[in-house]
Ligand binder design. Structure first.
Ligand SMILES: [Zn+2]
Length: 383
Protein backbone atom coordinates (compact mmCIF):
# COMPACT_ATOMS: atom_id res chain seq x y z
CA UNK A 1 0.00 0.00 0.00
CA UNK A 2 1.49 3.34 -1.01
CA UNK A 3 1.22 6.50 1.10
CA UNK A 4 -1.76 7.88 -0.81
CA UNK A 5 -3.73 4.62 -0.49
CA UNK A 6 -2.83 4.41 3.18
CA UNK A 7 -4.02 7.96 3.76
CA UNK A 8 -7.32 7.32 1.98
CA UNK A 9 -8.15 3.91 3.43
CA UNK A 10 -6.85 4.84 6.85
CA UNK A 11 -8.80 8.07 7.15
CA UNK A 12 -11.94 6.47 8.64
CA UNK A 13 -9.96 4.31 11.06
CA UNK A 14 -7.84 7.29 12.08
CA UNK A 15 -10.81 9.52 12.78
CA UNK A 16 -12.43 6.74 14.86
CA UNK A 17 -9.31 6.32 16.96
CA UNK A 18 -8.92 10.12 17.26
CA UNK A 19 -12.42 10.48 18.64
CA UNK A 20 -11.77 7.66 21.14
CA UNK A 21 -8.65 9.48 22.31
CA UNK A 22 -10.51 12.75 22.56
CA UNK A 23 -13.11 11.15 24.81
CA UNK A 24 -10.38 9.82 27.06
CA UNK A 25 -8.79 13.25 27.53
CA UNK A 26 -11.57 15.79 27.43
CA UNK A 27 -9.28 18.51 28.80
CA UNK A 28 -7.28 18.37 25.56
CA UNK A 29 -10.40 18.89 23.50
CA UNK A 30 -11.11 22.28 25.02
CA UNK A 31 -7.64 23.84 25.13
CA UNK A 32 -7.97 27.25 23.47
CA UNK A 33 -5.19 28.07 21.03
CA UNK A 34 -4.19 31.23 22.90
CA UNK A 35 -3.54 29.17 26.05
CA UNK A 36 -1.31 26.66 24.29
CA UNK A 37 2.32 27.41 25.17
CA UNK A 38 4.38 24.35 24.20
CA UNK A 39 7.93 24.23 25.55
CA UNK A 40 10.67 22.85 23.33
CA UNK A 41 12.23 19.61 24.61
CA UNK A 42 15.30 19.94 22.39
CA UNK A 43 18.65 19.64 24.08
CA UNK A 44 20.62 22.13 21.99
CA UNK A 45 23.18 24.83 22.84
CA UNK A 46 21.75 28.05 24.26
CA UNK A 47 24.09 31.00 23.89
CA UNK A 48 23.40 34.15 25.86
CA UNK A 49 24.73 37.18 23.95
CA UNK A 50 24.29 40.11 26.33
CA UNK A 51 26.30 42.53 24.22
CA UNK A 52 26.86 42.96 20.47
CA UNK A 53 30.32 41.85 19.37
CA UNK A 54 30.87 45.24 17.68
CA UNK A 55 29.41 48.71 18.29
CA UNK A 56 26.25 49.06 16.27
CA UNK A 57 23.86 51.56 14.78
CA UNK A 58 20.18 50.75 15.18
CA UNK A 59 18.96 52.27 11.94
CA UNK A 60 15.24 51.86 12.66
CA UNK A 61 13.69 52.92 15.97
CA UNK A 62 10.74 54.98 17.12
CA UNK A 63 11.96 57.01 20.09
CA UNK A 64 9.79 59.84 18.85
CA UNK A 65 6.34 59.61 17.36
CA UNK A 66 3.78 61.56 15.41
CA UNK A 67 3.33 65.16 16.49
CA UNK A 68 -0.36 64.53 17.09
CA UNK A 69 -2.39 67.59 17.98
CA UNK A 70 0.55 69.72 19.00
CA UNK A 71 2.43 70.66 15.82
CA UNK A 72 5.20 72.39 17.79
CA UNK A 73 6.28 69.46 19.94
CA UNK A 74 7.32 65.92 19.19
CA UNK A 75 5.81 63.05 21.15
CA UNK A 76 8.56 61.23 23.05
CA UNK A 77 7.75 57.51 23.30
CA UNK A 78 11.02 56.30 24.85
CA UNK A 79 12.89 58.50 27.31
CA UNK A 80 16.43 59.28 26.07
CA UNK A 81 17.93 58.41 29.48
CA UNK A 82 16.28 54.95 29.37
CA UNK A 83 17.57 54.47 25.83
CA UNK A 84 21.12 55.41 26.80
CA UNK A 85 21.17 52.87 29.63
CA UNK A 86 20.17 50.03 27.29
CA UNK A 87 22.51 51.32 24.56
CA UNK A 88 25.51 51.27 26.89
CA UNK A 89 24.72 47.76 28.11
CA UNK A 90 24.12 46.38 24.60
CA UNK A 91 26.96 48.14 22.73
CA UNK A 92 24.64 50.37 20.71
CA UNK A 93 26.56 53.40 19.55
CA UNK A 94 23.68 55.24 17.88
CA UNK A 95 19.91 54.94 17.59
CA UNK A 96 18.12 56.49 14.63
CA UNK A 97 14.63 57.69 15.48
CA UNK A 98 13.00 57.58 12.07
CA UNK A 99 9.61 59.07 12.95
CA UNK A 100 10.77 62.63 13.53
CA UNK A 101 7.88 64.48 11.87
CA UNK A 102 8.65 67.84 10.22
CA UNK A 103 8.59 71.56 10.96
CA UNK A 104 8.70 72.59 14.61
CA UNK A 105 8.01 69.08 15.90
CA UNK A 106 11.12 67.88 14.05
CA UNK A 107 13.18 70.70 15.55
CA UNK A 108 11.92 69.68 18.99
CA UNK A 109 12.95 66.06 18.32
CA UNK A 110 16.42 67.17 17.23
CA UNK A 111 16.81 69.37 20.33
CA UNK A 112 15.86 66.48 22.62
CA UNK A 113 17.91 63.76 20.90
CA UNK A 114 21.00 64.48 18.74
CA UNK A 115 21.56 68.02 20.02
CA UNK A 116 21.32 66.90 23.65
CA UNK A 117 23.35 63.69 23.12
CA UNK A 118 25.70 64.14 20.15
CA UNK A 119 26.67 60.93 18.40
CA UNK A 120 24.12 58.81 20.26
CA UNK A 121 20.94 59.72 18.40
CA UNK A 122 19.95 60.71 14.87
CA UNK A 123 16.54 61.84 13.67
CA UNK A 124 14.82 61.49 10.29
CA UNK A 125 12.10 63.72 8.93
CA UNK A 126 8.79 62.62 7.38
CA UNK A 127 6.70 63.86 4.45
CA UNK A 128 3.87 66.29 5.22
CA UNK A 129 1.12 63.78 4.44
CA UNK A 130 -1.52 66.25 5.65
CA UNK A 131 -0.62 68.54 2.75
CA UNK A 132 -0.26 65.87 0.04
CA UNK A 133 -3.59 66.76 -1.59
CA UNK A 134 -2.80 70.49 -1.83
CA UNK A 135 -2.12 71.74 -5.37
CA UNK A 136 1.19 73.26 -4.24
CA UNK A 137 2.44 70.07 -2.56
CA UNK A 138 5.04 68.99 -5.18
CA UNK A 139 6.79 72.37 -4.70
CA UNK A 140 6.25 72.62 -0.94
CA UNK A 141 7.64 69.20 0.03
CA UNK A 142 11.20 69.82 -1.24
CA UNK A 143 11.27 73.10 0.72
CA UNK A 144 10.22 71.26 3.87
CA UNK A 145 12.97 68.69 3.24
CA UNK A 146 15.58 71.42 2.82
CA UNK A 147 14.44 73.03 6.09
CA UNK A 148 14.60 69.64 7.82
CA UNK A 149 18.11 69.05 6.49
CA UNK A 150 19.22 72.48 7.77
CA UNK A 151 17.72 71.68 11.16
CA UNK A 152 19.77 68.46 11.31
CA UNK A 153 17.52 65.67 9.99
CA UNK A 154 19.68 62.90 8.50
CA UNK A 155 17.19 61.00 6.38
CA UNK A 156 13.57 60.65 5.31
CA UNK A 157 11.18 58.06 6.73
CA UNK A 158 8.22 56.91 4.67
CA UNK A 159 5.70 54.84 6.60
CA UNK A 160 3.42 52.33 4.90
CA UNK A 161 0.96 55.22 5.02
CA UNK A 162 2.05 55.68 1.42
CA UNK A 163 0.33 52.96 -0.56
CA UNK A 164 -2.06 51.73 2.14
CA UNK A 165 -3.60 54.70 3.99
CA UNK A 166 -2.93 58.01 2.26
CA UNK A 167 -5.94 59.00 0.16
CA UNK A 168 -6.61 61.97 -2.09
CA UNK A 169 -8.89 64.36 -0.29
CA UNK A 170 -11.06 64.88 -3.40
CA UNK A 171 -11.51 61.37 -4.78
CA UNK A 172 -10.71 59.37 -1.62
CA UNK A 173 -8.57 57.10 -3.82
CA UNK A 174 -5.39 55.61 -2.38
CA UNK A 175 -2.36 57.61 -3.51
CA UNK A 176 0.13 55.47 -5.43
CA UNK A 177 3.67 55.05 -4.12
CA UNK A 178 5.04 56.09 -7.51
CA UNK A 179 2.71 59.10 -7.85
CA UNK A 180 4.66 61.84 -9.68
CA UNK A 181 3.80 64.44 -7.02
CA UNK A 182 6.59 62.89 -4.90
CA UNK A 183 9.27 62.99 -7.61
CA UNK A 184 10.67 66.36 -6.44
CA UNK A 185 10.85 64.98 -2.88
CA UNK A 186 12.81 61.86 -3.92
CA UNK A 187 15.22 64.02 -5.95
CA UNK A 188 15.74 66.51 -3.14
CA UNK A 189 16.65 63.91 -0.51
CA UNK A 190 18.98 62.30 -3.04
CA UNK A 191 20.77 65.60 -3.68
CA UNK A 192 21.09 66.19 0.07
CA UNK A 193 22.44 62.65 0.60
CA UNK A 194 19.61 61.84 3.00
CA UNK A 195 18.77 58.11 2.76
CA UNK A 196 15.11 57.15 2.51
CA UNK A 197 13.88 54.58 5.06
CA UNK A 198 10.81 53.26 3.30
CA UNK A 199 8.27 50.73 4.56
CA UNK A 200 6.07 49.37 1.80
CA UNK A 201 3.49 46.60 2.04
CA UNK A 202 3.53 43.97 4.81
CA UNK A 203 3.62 40.18 5.26
CA UNK A 204 1.71 38.41 2.49
CA UNK A 205 -0.71 36.88 4.98
CA UNK A 206 -2.03 40.39 5.75
CA UNK A 207 -3.42 40.49 2.22
CA UNK A 208 -5.20 37.13 2.50
CA UNK A 209 -8.47 36.13 4.18
CA UNK A 210 -8.15 35.66 7.96
CA UNK A 211 -9.16 32.02 7.85
CA UNK A 212 -7.76 28.73 9.12
CA UNK A 213 -5.11 28.67 6.41
CA UNK A 214 -3.70 32.06 7.36
CA UNK A 215 -0.33 31.52 9.09
CA UNK A 216 -0.73 34.85 10.93
CA UNK A 217 -4.22 34.12 12.22
CA UNK A 218 -3.28 34.94 15.81
CA UNK A 219 -1.34 38.08 14.91
CA UNK A 220 -4.20 39.35 12.77
CA UNK A 221 -6.67 38.64 15.56
CA UNK A 222 -4.49 40.65 17.93
CA UNK A 223 -4.24 43.48 15.37
CA UNK A 224 -7.27 43.30 13.04
CA UNK A 225 -6.45 46.68 11.51
CA UNK A 226 -3.27 45.18 10.02
CA UNK A 227 -5.34 43.24 7.50
CA UNK A 228 -5.35 44.64 3.97
CA UNK A 229 -7.51 41.94 2.49
CA UNK A 230 -10.29 43.05 0.19
CA UNK A 231 -11.65 46.60 -0.17
CA UNK A 232 -9.58 48.68 -2.61
CA UNK A 233 -6.14 47.72 -1.30
CA UNK A 234 -3.53 46.86 -3.91
CA UNK A 235 -1.77 43.50 -3.59
CA UNK A 236 1.63 43.01 -2.01
CA UNK A 237 3.45 42.63 -5.34
CA UNK A 238 1.76 45.69 -6.85
CA UNK A 239 2.98 47.81 -3.92
CA UNK A 240 6.48 46.37 -4.21
CA UNK A 241 6.60 47.08 -7.94
CA UNK A 242 5.46 50.68 -7.38
CA UNK A 243 8.42 51.16 -5.04
CA UNK A 244 10.69 49.69 -7.70
CA UNK A 245 9.39 52.29 -10.16
CA UNK A 246 10.47 54.98 -7.68
CA UNK A 247 13.94 53.46 -7.20
CA UNK A 248 14.30 53.17 -10.98
CA UNK A 249 13.30 56.79 -11.59
CA UNK A 250 15.62 58.16 -8.85
CA UNK A 251 18.94 56.35 -9.21
CA UNK A 252 20.82 59.00 -7.19
CA UNK A 253 18.64 58.52 -4.12
CA UNK A 254 19.48 55.76 -1.63
CA UNK A 255 16.47 53.69 -0.53
CA UNK A 256 16.64 51.48 2.54
CA UNK A 257 13.69 49.14 2.11
CA UNK A 258 12.62 48.40 5.66
CA UNK A 259 11.75 44.94 6.99
CA UNK A 260 14.01 43.30 4.34
CA UNK A 261 11.69 44.80 1.67
CA UNK A 262 9.74 41.53 1.46
CA UNK A 263 11.27 39.19 4.03
CA UNK A 264 9.22 36.13 3.06
CA UNK A 265 10.43 36.27 -0.52
CA UNK A 266 14.21 36.57 -0.57
CA UNK A 267 14.46 35.47 -4.23
CA UNK A 268 12.32 38.49 -5.16
CA UNK A 269 14.31 40.81 -2.87
CA UNK A 270 17.53 39.52 -4.46
CA UNK A 271 16.14 40.23 -7.93
CA UNK A 272 15.35 43.81 -6.79
CA UNK A 273 18.78 44.32 -5.19
CA UNK A 274 20.46 43.07 -8.35
CA UNK A 275 18.42 45.44 -10.51
CA UNK A 276 18.64 48.56 -8.31
CA UNK A 277 22.11 49.52 -7.03
CA UNK A 278 20.50 52.32 -4.94
CA UNK A 279 18.54 49.78 -2.88
CA UNK A 280 19.42 48.60 0.65
CA UNK A 281 17.40 46.67 3.23
CA UNK A 282 17.11 46.66 7.00
CA UNK A 283 16.19 43.59 9.08
CA UNK A 284 13.87 45.31 11.58
CA UNK A 285 11.09 43.19 13.09
CA UNK A 286 11.80 40.41 10.58
CA UNK A 287 14.27 38.07 12.26
CA UNK A 288 11.19 35.89 12.77
CA UNK A 289 11.13 35.52 8.97
CA UNK A 290 14.87 35.42 8.29
CA UNK A 291 15.46 33.01 11.16
CA UNK A 292 12.96 30.42 9.98
CA UNK A 293 14.80 30.16 6.63
CA UNK A 294 18.34 30.20 8.01
CA UNK A 295 20.14 28.65 5.05
CA UNK A 296 18.52 31.00 2.56
CA UNK A 297 19.19 33.94 4.91
CA UNK A 298 22.84 33.05 5.40
CA UNK A 299 23.40 33.07 1.62
CA UNK A 300 21.49 36.35 1.39
CA UNK A 301 23.76 37.98 3.99
CA UNK A 302 26.82 36.65 2.15
CA UNK A 303 25.76 38.02 -1.19
CA UNK A 304 24.36 41.37 -0.02
CA UNK A 305 26.65 42.01 2.95
CA UNK A 306 27.27 45.61 1.83
CA UNK A 307 23.57 46.46 1.56
CA UNK A 308 22.00 45.16 4.77
CA UNK A 309 21.67 47.39 7.83
CA UNK A 310 20.82 46.52 11.41
CA UNK A 311 17.45 47.76 12.66
CA UNK A 312 14.89 46.62 15.21
CA UNK A 313 11.82 48.87 14.88
CA UNK A 314 12.23 49.34 18.65
CA UNK A 315 9.36 51.27 20.15
CA UNK A 316 7.34 51.65 23.33
CA UNK A 317 4.28 49.58 24.19
CA UNK A 318 3.83 45.93 24.99
CA UNK A 319 1.40 45.05 22.17
CA UNK A 320 4.16 44.04 19.75
CA UNK A 321 6.83 42.14 21.75
CA UNK A 322 8.89 41.61 18.58
CA UNK A 323 9.73 45.32 18.72
CA UNK A 324 9.27 46.44 22.33
CA UNK A 325 12.44 48.30 23.33
CA UNK A 326 14.34 46.39 26.05
CA UNK A 327 17.58 44.47 26.65
CA UNK A 328 15.99 41.14 25.77
CA UNK A 329 14.94 42.38 22.33
CA UNK A 330 18.52 43.15 21.35
CA UNK A 331 19.86 39.92 22.82
CA UNK A 332 17.67 37.92 20.43
CA UNK A 333 18.97 39.87 17.43
CA UNK A 334 22.57 39.26 18.58
CA UNK A 335 21.86 35.56 19.06
CA UNK A 336 20.35 35.32 15.59
CA UNK A 337 23.22 37.13 13.87
CA UNK A 338 26.18 35.88 15.92
CA UNK A 339 25.41 32.26 16.90
CA UNK A 340 24.32 29.02 15.30
CA UNK A 341 21.85 28.26 18.09
CA UNK A 342 18.80 26.33 16.98
CA UNK A 343 15.08 26.72 17.46
CA UNK A 344 14.73 29.70 19.78
CA UNK A 345 12.13 32.44 20.21
CA UNK A 346 12.31 35.45 17.92
CA UNK A 347 10.59 37.70 20.47
CA UNK A 348 10.57 37.91 24.27
CA UNK A 349 6.98 36.65 24.63
CA UNK A 350 5.22 33.55 26.01
CA UNK A 351 3.77 32.79 22.56
CA UNK A 352 5.57 33.75 19.31
CA UNK A 353 3.59 36.89 18.42
CA UNK A 354 3.85 36.83 14.61
CA UNK A 355 3.32 33.13 14.09
CA UNK A 356 3.95 29.86 15.94
CA UNK A 357 7.41 29.07 14.74
CA UNK A 358 10.94 29.45 16.13
CA UNK A 359 14.20 30.53 14.56
CA UNK A 360 17.81 29.46 13.93
CA UNK A 361 20.96 31.57 14.25
CA UNK A 362 23.00 32.26 11.13
CA UNK A 363 26.42 32.71 12.79
CA UNK A 364 27.76 35.51 10.60
CA UNK A 365 31.55 35.83 10.30
CA UNK A 366 33.10 38.96 11.82
CA UNK A 367 33.68 40.91 8.57
CA UNK A 368 29.97 40.63 7.66
CA UNK A 369 28.88 41.36 11.24
CA UNK A 370 30.85 44.61 11.25
CA UNK A 371 29.19 45.74 8.03
CA UNK A 372 25.68 44.84 9.13
CA UNK A 373 26.01 46.18 12.66
CA UNK A 374 27.56 49.50 11.74
CA UNK A 375 29.58 50.14 8.59
CA UNK A 376 26.78 49.98 6.01
CA UNK A 377 24.56 52.34 8.02
CA UNK A 378 27.48 54.66 8.78
CA UNK A 379 28.20 55.00 5.06
CA UNK A 380 24.56 55.75 4.26
CA UNK A 381 24.24 58.26 7.09
CA UNK A 382 27.62 59.90 6.50
CA UNK A 383 28.82 59.35 10.06
ZN1 LIG B 1 9.12 51.10 12.11
Amino acid sequence: MNRRQWLTSGAAALSASASAQTQQSSSVQGLPLEQYQPKSMLHVPETHVPRARFPLIDFHTHITGAAGRDPDHIRISLQPADCLAVMDRKNIQTMVSVTGSYGNALKDAIAKLPAAHPGRFLVFTEPAWDKASDPGYPKLQPTLIEDAHKAGARGLKVLKTLGLYLRDSGTNKLVRIDDPRFDPMWDTVGALKMPVAIHVSDPEAFFLPIDRFNERWEELHAHPNWSFHGKDFPGDRELQEARRNVMRRHPNTQFVCLHVADSENLPYVSECLDAHPNMYVDIAARIGELGRQPRMSRKFFDKYQDRIVFGTDASAGAGTPQQTFCDALYEIYFRFLETEDEYFDYAPAPVPPQGRWRIYGIGLPEPILRKVYRDNAARLLGV
